[in-house]
Design a protein around this ligand. Structure first.
Ligand code: FAD
Length: 364
């Protein structure tokens, strides 16, 4: 018998993973309420735009790295046991150029492209590319096995798993985080709200987190198959541009990226950047197109833009008492919302459980 009324605000990967984990406990009665749901494509909704793969970027020893480390075994298990989740294994290669070390993209990618990253003992088959096999201009490169998530399959899969456990989904838009407590499907006020509103926490009443900023990502989705996933530390085209590509599971197409443009809110694809993205992808992976072909060999499905919810100091996973209402925050996951999703959601669930225990004690 469910006794804890919980509202989760937000239905991106953070809200849905938190809902999925919390719904495994039958004493939780959960409503997920959000402005956007899986199936929507909107600049205020980051999750559908992601690649998404597991390319760890957390600095060694940071909580961010811990969250990524904790997420790998779950993604691996989902890939092995749940083909309906829309995740598959893919070989990955990362390329590092020393000259990118001080650029925006180079700093973001520094751990991913490091010669001895912490995740070398986490992902299967990590190995360095021998020096005599490095492409021109590349100082070091590594290969390993990773996963690529088809977000158009995976987000609805999280919804369906949660619904099987009784979670109720509703649309709703709130000006203040505390107002979400009135959205529980029972009609009673929720005992607790989990705030998973991503970048919108910058403007949401009761939160208004100034540490949040967009890190704009532009992608081209194509029907061509890249065969492997690849990422570089940067390019010569701009200090916040880079090359990455990955082919999504289950016919999801191949994502070509990209950029990491901090404080850029532009929701429209920049056509010139799109051309650079396509050209660079073919330079790194000529196999994308037929022999001798350029970008005319790419079969474009769509151009897209997403705003990564970047937060100075890392994601906020924290409990707060707002005039008697407990709010647990789980937002600010930048470019790592999927690859850290289970680590972050588990931390949020632990805070929820601790708060509910306190509430139960107070009742005695
Ligand atoms: P969102 O997906 O933005 O969801 C926010 C939710 O809150 C939505 O449902 C929204 O409607 C709701 N909401 C907000 N405000 C309100 C309100 N006031 N009232 C009601 N509802 C509200 N990550 C990886 O791990 N691997 C990758 O390979 C990867 N690649 C990426 C590539 C690109 C191009 C981009 C843009 C991002 C990428 N990311 C990747 C990052 C990842 O997509 C994000 O970290 C993640 O989607 C953030 O999810 P979220 O649930 O926190 O926020």
């Amino acid at each position: 018998m469910a006794t804890n009324n919980i509202v989760i605000l937000g239905a991106g990967v953070s809200g849905l993973t938190t809902a999925f984990l919390l719904s495994k406990d039958p004493s939780n009665s959960i409503t997920v309420v959000a402005k956007h749901m899986p199936g929507d494509y909107d600049i205020e909704y980051c999750s559908p735009w992601a690649g998404a793969n597991y390319f760890p970027v957390g600095k060694p020893g940071s909580k961010h790295a811990e969250y990524e480390k904790a997420t790998w075994p779950v993604l691996k298990e989902l890939t092995e046991k749940y083909p309906d989740a829309g995740i598959h294994f893919q070989d990955a290669v990362t390329y590092s150029r020393k000259k990118d070390q001080q650029s925006t993209s180079g700093k973001w990618m520094s751990e991913l492209v490091s010669e001895e990253p912490w995740y070398k003992d986490v992902v299967p088959n990590f190995r360095k590319v021998p020096v005599d096999q490095l492409p021109p201009g590349i100082n070091n490169a590594s290969r390993f096995q990773s996963v690529c998530i088809n977000t158009a399959v995976y987000l609805p899969w999280l919804v369906s798993q949660s619904r099987k456990n009784g979670v109720v989904f509703k649309r709703g838009v709130f000006k203040h985080v505390a107002d979400a407590a009135n959205a529980h499907h029972s009609g009673n006020k929720a005992d607790l709200v989990v705030n998973c509103t991503g970048l919108s926490s910058k403007f949401l009443g009761g939160v208004k987190d100034d540490k949040l900023m967009p890190a704009r990502g532009q992608v081209v989705v194509v029907r061509n198959d890249s065969g492997i996933m690849a990422s570089t530390s940067g390019t010569d085209d701009g200090e916040d541009e880079l090359v990455y590509m990955m082919t999504r599971a289950a016919g999801g197409g191949t994502i070509l990226g990209g950029c990491y443009q901090k404080n850029n809110w532009d929701p429209l694809p920049d056509p010139n950047l799109a051309i650079r993205i396509m050209k660079r992808a073919i330079e790194v992976r000529p196999e994308l197109v037929g022999k001798g072909q350029g970008i005319e060999g790419l079969d474009v499905i769509r151009h897209g833009v997403g705003l990564r919810p970047l937060r100075d100091g890392g994601p906020r996973i924290e409990a707060e008492n707002m005039n008697g209402l407990v709010v647990v925050h789980n937002y600010g996951h930048g470019g790592f919302g999927y690859q850290a999703s289970y680590g972050c959601a588990t931390a949020a669930v632990n805070l929820v459980n601790a708060a509910l225990k306190k509430k139960d004690k107070a009742k005695l």
